[in-house]
Write a protein that binds this ligand. Sequence first.
Ligand code: CU
Length: 458
Amino acid sequence: MPLTRRRLLAGSAAIPFLGTVPGQAATPAEILTAQAALVQIAPPEYPKTGVWAYDDQVPGRTLRYRQGDMVDVRLMNGLDQPTTVHWHGLRLPNAMDGVPGMTQPPVAAGSSFDYRFEARDAGTFWYHPHSNSLEQVSRGLAGVLIIDEPDHPDVDADEVIVLDDWRMTEEAQIHDSFDNRHDLSHAGRLGNYITVNGRSEAVYDVESGQRLRLRLINTATARIFDLRVRGLRAWIVALDGMPLPAPVETTEVVIAPAQRVDLFVDVIAEAGEEAILGSVERDGTYALAGFRVSGSSAAARPAPVALPPNTLPEVRLDSARTVPLRMEGGAMRGLPDGAVWKGNRMDMRELAMMDQFWAFNGMAGMTDEPLVDAGLGETVRIPITNDTAFPHAMHLHGMHFREVRADGTFGPWRDTLLVNSGQTREIAFVAENPGSWMFHCHMLSHQMAGMMNWIRVT
Ligand SMILES: [Cu+2]
């Protein structure tokens, strides 16, 4: 039987990966293969680290599109367990959101899945699995997705800075402690080795007077980075992919797991002077990114202007429905009244046997009915009260929200909000995107141990 070119291409694409969706003949422009790999993450005197990665890279390669393009990516699963890709922060059709058992079937080992959706919003986003998330993300599965504005902003360089931490053994291998009950019930899986773009430090050659765009992305599963800039004049221009109405000058940036912060920085250090992006730790400030400055300062630039806004819906509080969310549990406070897990009321000891330590409104883990059942176009307000002893980074899929401040004004658009112990912070969003959307803590140990629920928009 003669092989036609079409058959040959379709056949060769399917060889190692069974279970491809019928009719999936055209090869997407991008293929991401999730698989085990060996990568030099630790300093050179250590061995390579066995990771799970997209295409043998940590972080996965940066996917880049222009606003309005179609994102067209085939995930191939070379792991020995199911996986998916969640496109974090993107407003996309529900079927492309990557939540197994909710928006798509899990992608079995050896299978593939095609993701295709319009790049609606320009900004800095990222992708990661939503299947066995704590282990898969901790082992290295995460990558950056950038959607460029139609007109490039006036900067001399545009750099991605992926912040992550790893829990390593002394042989620089991923510590195999994903069900550690201390992590599940405390601050989560904090690492013992911090990386920038998969290395211990990033170094950039710059000239005094240059303006850089730095896209900070926190892919760690638990660590909140408290950052400082020195030798740089910095403005926040976007949060979680969405531009601020005006740049906000700052010297400090707090970035919780899954959040993104876009900075414009002007190099104000002269040649030979220190310019860093540093992380504040208990015993000092450590450089995560270093800028080797040459040249002498050119004339100072005018202050930056705002990035062009994405088209976001108007949040109307007057007609909004309010659904409070109370977070409880974890070490120190516990769940004295127990919680409902998978339809059964359990006491704290029984919940702990099931690795459940946290609850939303008295419910641990996913529920049959959503936290909010919203009508399409309805505005929903959720005051989030953190009655636990730990901070939590709450992430809503599929839609961005605004914080409603105590004085009734709105905060910036975000998809992930850090709520510290004892705080009540209210969010409001327009249920503009139909489907079933996860609403969960992005400290992934907390998500696994009870802090997840969902919102339905119909
Ligand atoms: Cu949490």
